[in-house]
Design a protein around this ligand. Structure first.
Ligand code: MD6
Ligand code: FE
Length: 199
């Protein structure tokens, strides 16, 4: 795992936020639901890229090419995120999915593994914008020791190699720690490869 604190300066954060606002205007944030229980998640989600990660009661976790509420294809991944992936991922093919999570108030993300992809040789790279998230990372088993990182606005975090399947989550978001978002809260963008490259 690799933490790049303040990888994006304030201008870069503003530019990326502008691109995210455009994506959200086309592909609105929605409340995803958990498989089987149908319980709502506390974060709002949308995606960019040829594929998006979605979940609902009936069909569970999966990647699909269209927004579950509008039925439209996801907007393109912003070029600056493709460039960041090229610089930091160590993986040649470009990302296929950019999951956008928005945390407000008491939103959190339980410990999970990112394992709905076919290809674990590619890392998962995240960028945080807005209020600080308390990020917890453990090992490949749900129990065992964990480490905590403050993910601040502009931070990049990469889970790859040995840590690609490490359990991780967001304990909570600290309100009022960034003034990047006028409405407060936190965006986290995760870039992923979904399919195995065909050569
Ligand atoms: C979050 N992040 O930061 C949730 N996954 O809000 C993730 O679930 C995550 O930050 C894989 C790699 C990096 C991450
Ligand atoms: Fe994750």
């Amino acid at each position: 795992m690799q933490h790049y604190p303040q990888r994006l300066d304030r201008a870069g954060q503003g530019a990326l936020l502008g691109a995210i606002r455009q994506i959200v205007a086309e592909a609105p944030l929605y409340t995803p639901t958990m498989p089987r229980s149908g319980n709502p998640m506390s974060v709002l989600m949308t995606n960019a890229g040829p594929l998006g990660w979605v979940t609902d009661k009936e069909r569970g976790y999966r990647y699909q090419a269209t927004h579950p509420e509008t039925g439209e294809p996801w907007p393109a991944i912003p070029p600056m995120l493709i460039a960041l992936w090229a610089e930091l991922s160590g993986y040649l093919p470009p990302p296929q999915a950019c999951l956008i999570n928005y945390y407000r108030g008491a939103s959190k993300m339980g410990l999970h593994q990112d394992k709905d992809e076919e290809d674990f040789s590619a890392p998962v790279l995240s960028v945080s914008l807005g209020d600080t998230g308390i990020f917890r990372v453990g090992g490949k088993s749900r129990k065992g020791p964990t480490q905590k990182f403050d993910l601040k606005s502009g931070d990049v975090f990469v889970l790859g190699g040995e840590d690609r399947l490490a359990y991780h989550g967001i304990d909570r978001v600290l309100p009022g720690t960034s003034d990047l978002l006028l409405e407060g809260g936190r965006f986290n963008l995760t870039l992923r490869r979904v399919t195995k490259p065909n050569c």
